[in-house]
Design a protein. Structure first.
Length: 171
């Protein structure tokens, strides 16, 4: 019996030692090696960020202008109606000229933005989304030139939508 007890104790020790060895994990240290980025990847990322920033700035400028345009356009229409009844206002003509110049400035800026996207290799994938923004601004400029400031503002809202779509695509 003594032999049987010794055998049982040896078996228990062997099984527990084997089980302990199986549950132990080996620890190896891994080095966190940053992924290698090439200079071209960094340049592409920087160009994309610069392009997105330019689009965002155009959106900010356009929305601020559109916010202010609503009140100014209504005031111009009221002054035009008063001018038809014989109360001409010289400041109204200056206001119209300034508004027309603002529409022209937006068209020029959007022309430059489209050209940047067309000629910068990193931004070319997004060119199809942005193309047409300048022509929309040109339409708005023509409407403003004809004195249809409210309609010109609505046209610019479409341009803002197109620019927003570009930002989403650049994600």
């Amino acid at each position: 019996m003594n032999r049987l007890a010794t055998f049982a104790i040896a078996l228990v020790l062997l099984v527990s030692a084997t089980a302990g060895a199986q549950t132990r994990s080996r620890k190896t240290t891994r080095r966190n090696v940053p992924a290698k980025t090439t200079t071209s990847d960094a340049a592409a990322s920087a160009a994309k960020l610069k392009g997105a920033t330019t689009v965002a700035n155009q959106i900010k400028n356009l929305t601020t202008f559109l916010y202010l345009l609503g009140g100014v356009a209504k005031e111009i229409e009221a002054l035009d109606a008063a001018a038809k009844s014989g109360q001409a206002s010289p400041t109204n003509e200056r206001n119209k000229a300034q508004l027309k110049a603002s529409f022209e400035d937006f068209r020029v800026g959007l022309d430059q933005l489209e050209m940047t996207f067309r000629t910068t290799p990193e931004l070319q994938p997004y060119y199809t989304k942005i193309v047409g923004s300048a022509s929309g601004a040109a339409d708005a400029e023509a409407q403003a030139g004809a004195g249809h400031f409210i309609q010109a503002g609505r046209t610019l809202i479409g341009v803002v939508g197109r620019l927003s779509d570009v930002l989403v695509a650049m994600g």
